[in-house]
Design a protein around this ligand. Structure first.
Ligand code: FAD
Length: 223
């Protein structure tokens, strides 16, 4: 059997092989779409779509606990997020999303400690004293992100830098290190590069890919 998975059914591997394997007595772990973009709650997406972020760290959080972390690049889309770190995280999100509320947390400054960023913020606030917060932020984040970022932080956007107090600074620091989005779901098989699950490997001799259950049945798998 070399029927492929369920992902990208337009390539003709549509998951029908799993039904054949099952009819022959094999156990099928429910197939899931992975290496796939994810859908986020809509807030801010209209403004953020098309924005590419580099050198950031994304975490997937559930019940206050960090489940997975990935460093690299991502892109906001009209429905949520795509790009290398999102595709990698989708492997875990697909498994966990059915019974957990998952949050995607963006650390926009993973190379800095809180204290280092606080010091940098203080220097910028000093430099841009009579200017509004959004002007100062141009030196710290991409322009497209500024409005949603200020809104997320919950800081009054009309404030001048000289009016930014310690509480505001704490909120801004939190925005840099933990900018959160609710994860709604992964996209489906139509857009997934890979399928997770399928015939369970305990029922296959891994060296030869021979079935342990059915005489003369071999599975082909691209490794
Ligand atoms: C968009 C995209 C990008 C990818 N990029 C990469 C990449 O960069 N690097 C990488 O390593 N991998 C990549 N992959 C994954 C890679 O394509 C698959 O892992 C690989 O093709 C799987 O090989 P396979 O032989 O198991 O199945 P497939 O290549 O899917 O072949 C299965 C064949 O079986 C046929 N078939 C299915 N069901 C039946 C049936 N019931 N009866 C008869 N015939 C049937 C299908 O028509 C198909 O010809 C990508 C996949 C996609 C969709």
């Amino acid at each position: 059997m070399a029927c492929g998975g369920s992902s990208y059914p337009s390539t003709c591997s549509d998951g029908s092989g799993y039904a054949i394997a099952k009819s022959l007595g094999h156990t099928i772990k429910p197939p899931l779409p992975v290496l796939v973009p994810i859908v986020l709650d809509k807030e801010y997406l209209k403004e953020l779509q098309g924005l590419k972020l580099r050198n950031i760290e994304n975490s997937v959080i559930s019940d206050g606990k960090t489940l997975f972390k990935e460093f690299g690049e991502m892109e906001f889309t009209s429905f949520g997020a795509d790009g290398p770190i999102i595709l990698t995280l989708s492997r875990f999100i697909a498994e966990e999303i059915s019974d957990k509320n998952l949050i995607l947390s963006l650390n926009l400054k993973p190379a800095l400690s809180k204290e280092q960023l606080n010091q940098r913020l203080l220097r910028k606030i000093d430099k841009f004293g009579q200017y509004h917060l959004n002007i100062m932020l141009k030196e710290l984040i991409l322009v497209k992100m500024i409005r949603p970022f200020i809104s997320y932080c919950g800081v009054n956007a009309t404030k001048k830098c000289s009016q930014i107090n310690k509480i505001d600074r704490e909120k801004i620091l939190n925005g840099f290190f933990d900018f959160r989005f609710n994860i709604i779901k992964t996209k489906d098989f139509k857009e997934a590069i890979v399928t997770r699950g399928g015939v369970i490997i305990d029922e296959i001799k891994q060296k030869t890919m021979k079935s342990k259950l059915v005489k003369n049945l071999y599975f082909a798998e691209k490794l």
